[in-house]
Ligand binder design. Structure first.
Ligand code: FAD
Ligand code: NAI
Length: 466
């Protein structure tokens, strides 16, 4: 049977693309090599990590904060296998949801590894050496990404783990060693610290979360250190010896020098992710990759080969589920003859630690290096009424606006619910709003969002509660 579109991969990029294509009347199929739909995000990424972040946060709150509000409990006890069950139920519910949506939208699903046999032909290995060839007008590559590995360090997913193993440890490690102070290291490091691990993070660079606004990153590091996470910056892991009962980790200065040996029970390698195109037949099909092995596409998600498109983690840009989804929608609309676009300048980024960290648009460092004249408005949560009563006063909102036009160029928030607060300013940026527009918008009282309004007022040096 011939399709209009075959999407390879059912992560947030692929499944959303397929559903939108079907909504637009295109005959659509997906190909998925794994047992369940939903890709990295639903199975071993966003969803399970947020389940554990939520549960471990409440565990810590119950132990440390409830009595301050007059809620007396005996010390909470951890039932890790029940917490893992809770996580898995969240995953299963989401994964089943994708299956339901495929059926509802009449998207055909082929289970097996997909390979591009030629433009217009996808070969699916359905097991036991059998293959099935599907014909299609267009192919969308949505094969996502995989864990980046350190040369010479084997990930066994038991003691030396990637994020996947760190989401299903059967016991709280006494000492958790994290390689990489990026999003995964800090989110999953936070989970296990809250559940009782001593956490130490080694980072190659001289700062945490590269790419994030520097002032926010410094504040974030101080908060995490106060929570008990240790950092070794400008350092690298030379080797991990897993022969004995405890791991022996050899750490040396990033610039080279004397190595030190540290001991840990579990090591989490979280040094980034790499595009996944293994066995897809891209070289044979003539699809070009860039120097980071990402599929090269134009602004309409077209590769250099007629009829082959790509979206999500496998192409350039931030490796985020919502970026993949929006690209999936845009690609489907383009295939249906519409004008699908994604504004890559207004993609929010959230780290779901406590407090959360969220940003959209340019950092102060980027504006400086681009020579853009800007003004800064900042407002601390210590001066926000709702944060005061909730005792969530850590952090601040920072708005960067163009010096002449007042247009919002970037917003960076560290504080409770930052991931929700960022939505308002992302919308503002989509509409080309000025800081004055945000400042003149009525914000409900008492809410944390008033800190966003005050930061916008602060751009013009007229915050009220400071
Ligand atoms: P993927 O989700 O990786 O899906 C690709 C799919 O393609 C997979 O199902 C794979 O099996 C399939 N596939 C690959 N090759 C083939 C083939 N040849 N044939 C058939 N099928 C194939 N992002 C956020 O925005 N928010 C978060 O909170 C967040 N948390 C994360 C936490 C962790 C621990 C990790 C690892 C990632 C997290 N991410 C988060 C990133 C997010 O998961 C990815 O950006 C997102 O999943 C990318 O979507 P995708 O559709 O491009 O690819
Ligand atoms: P990352 O790119 O966020 O961070 C990797 C860190 O490791 C960087 O700070 C880097 O400098 C450091 N590093 C690299 N090599 C190193 C080495 N040899 N020794 C020590 N440090 C080293 O990658 P991470 O955390 O693995 O996450 C992968 C992707 O998953 C992210 O890019 C993100 O887009 C996505 N993700 C998103 C989440 C969210 O949106 N909340 C949550 C988790 C993941």
């Amino acid at each position: 049977m011939a399709y209009d579109v075959v999407v390879i991969g059912t992560g947030p990029g692929g499944y959303v693309c397929a559903i939108r294509a079907a909504q637009l009347g295109l005959k659509t199929a997906v190909v998925e090599k794994d047992k369940t739909f939903g890709g990295t995000c639903l199975n071993v990424g966003c969803i399970p990590s947020k389940a554990l972040l939520h549960a471990s946060h409440l565990f810590e709150e119950a132990a440390e904060d409830f009595d301050k509000m007059g809620i007396k409990l005996s010390a909470p006890k951890l039932d890790l296998s029940q917490m893992m069950k809770f996580k898995q139920e969240g995953v299963d519910g989401n994964v089943k949801g994708v299956d339901f949506l495929f059926k509802k939208n009449k998207v055909d699903a082929y289970i097996g590894k997909g390979k591009i046999a030629a433009p217009g032909k996808v070969e699916v290995s359905t097991g036991n050496g059998k293959t099935e060839t599907i014909e299609t007008k267009a192919i969308v590559i949505a094969t996502g990404s995989d864990v980046a590995r350190l040369p010479g360090i084997e990930i066994d997913e038991k003691r030396v783990v990637s994020s996947t193993g760190a989401l299903e440890l059967s016991k709280v490690p006494e000492r958790l060693f994290v390689v990489g102070a990026g999003v995964i290291g800090l989110e999953l490091g936070s989970v296990w610290r809250r559940l009782g691990s001593k956490v130490e993070v080694v980072e190659f660079l001289d700062r945490i979360i590269p790419g994030m606004d520097g002032e926010i990153a410094r504040a974030f590091q101080r908060i995490l250190e106060k929570q008990g996470i240790k950092f070794r910056l400008s350092s690298k892991v030379a080797a991990i010896d897993a022969k004995g009962k405890t791991l022996k980790i050899s750490v040396e200065p990033a610039a080279g020098g004397k190595a030190e040996t540290l001991e840990a029970d579990v090591a989490l390698v979280a040094i980034g992710r790499v595009p996944y195109t293994e066995g897809l037949g891209l070289a044979e099909a003539g699809v070009k990759l860039d120097n980071k092995k990402r599929v090269i596409v134009d602004d309409r998600f077209k590769t250099n080969v007629q009829g082959i498109y790509a979206i999500g983690d496998v192409i350039a840009g931030p490796m985020l589920a919502h970026k993949a989804e929006d690209e999936g929608i845009a690609a489907a609309e383009i295939l249906a003859g519409r004008a699908g676009i994604v504004n890559h300048d207004a993609i929010p980024n959230v780290i779901y630690t406590s407090p959360e960290v969220a940003s959209v648009g340019k950092t102060e460092e980027e504006l400086k290096s681009e020579g853009v004249a800007y003004r800064v408005g900042k407002f601390p949560f210590t001066a926000n009424g709702r944060a005061k009563v909730n005792r969530t006063t850590e952090g601040f909102v920072k708005i960067l606006a163009d010096d002449k036009t007042d247009r919002v160029l970037g917003v960076h928030i560290i504080g409770a619910d930052a991931g929700t607060l960022i939505a308002e300013v992302t919308l503002a940026m989509e509409f080309g709003a000025s800081a004055e527009d945000i400042a003149r918008t009525c914000h409900a009282h008492p809410t944390l969002s008033e800190a966003v309004k005050e930061a916008a007022l602060a751009v013009d040096k007229r915050a009220i509660h400071m």
